[in-house]
Design a protein around this ligand. Sequence first.
Ligand SMILES: NC(=O)c1ccc[n+]([C@@H]2O[C@H](COP(=O)([O-])OP(=O)(O)OC[C@H]3O[C@@H](n4cnc5c(N)ncnc54)[C@H](OP(=O)(O)O)[C@@H]3O)[C@@H](O)[C@H]2O)c1
Length: 243
Amino acid sequence: MDLAGKVVLVTGANGGIGWALVQELLDRGAAKVYAAARNIQAVAEMAKFDPGRVVALRIDVTHETSVATAAAQCQDVDLVINNAGVNHCKSLLDPDGLDCARQEIKVNYLGTLSMCRAFAPVLAARGGAIANVCSILGLVNLPVNGTYSASKAAGHSLLQGVRAELAPRGVKVYGVYPGPVDTRMTAGQEMSKATPSQVATLILDGIAKDEEYIFPDAMSLDVRKGLLHAPKEVEKQFGAMVP
Ligand SMILES: NC(=O)c1ccc[n+]([C@@H]2O[C@H](COP(=O)([O-])OP(=O)(O)OC[C@H]3O[C@@H](n4cnc5c(N)ncnc54)[C@H](OP(=O)(O)O)[C@@H]3O)[C@@H](O)[C@H]2O)c1
């Protein structure tokens, strides 16, 4: 998809990757970017960055009315980037694991599904596209982030299903699988991380090149290679990182 002149909506736009995506979209000549967040104040501040092209929008992806209202309001959207997400960094057997799993499924899976359902008619009418920010952890479980990994695995399956359902209606669906990125989500975790702007650049490069699966950093590319050639080895390597 050629992004110049397009109208794009980014959820979780006040987060690390979300805000980097908004900036990169503006650099690539997007006509308008809906910067969506549940905290409207945060994105209203950001809209001042380019008031002619950035429109602050309230979306809590877990509230169906909030999502439906946004879809009714944004009938000119060509690309929806479902970027909103949470990671409680809990293992599956952690005492708080069940509550965290519910919350992560609510945002990462059901919230993304709700967005895809609400915006499908708009995107079908415009020959548009959806990009879902999944995670490399949706392809292999990291036990210290066990509940999050499972929610992102649900997101991966959702992506494939929605892609199949929307293809006959002319809507492309891109899947994005980052490794560790230096944002609030990974704050305090010591490891090598890509920057949000590096990742945003490669996500939009992938969309511009019509790549169905986008691995936007060195670590995710590495893991993907491992999963193709030696999946059990990758599972063992990640499985060794138990809490
Ligand atoms: N950072 C990484 O290492 C990494 C790796 C792979 C994939 N990802 C994925 O990348 C995406 C962006 O994450 P990030 O790293 O940029 O983290 P971040 O800075 O924590 O941003 C997450 C964003 O999601 C928003 N959000 C959470 N719950 C929401 C809800 N119910 N409705 C609407 N927005 C909601 C947050 O808004 P609030 O400010 O209101 O909480 C925030 O804007 C996520 O889907 C994440 O899973 C991140």
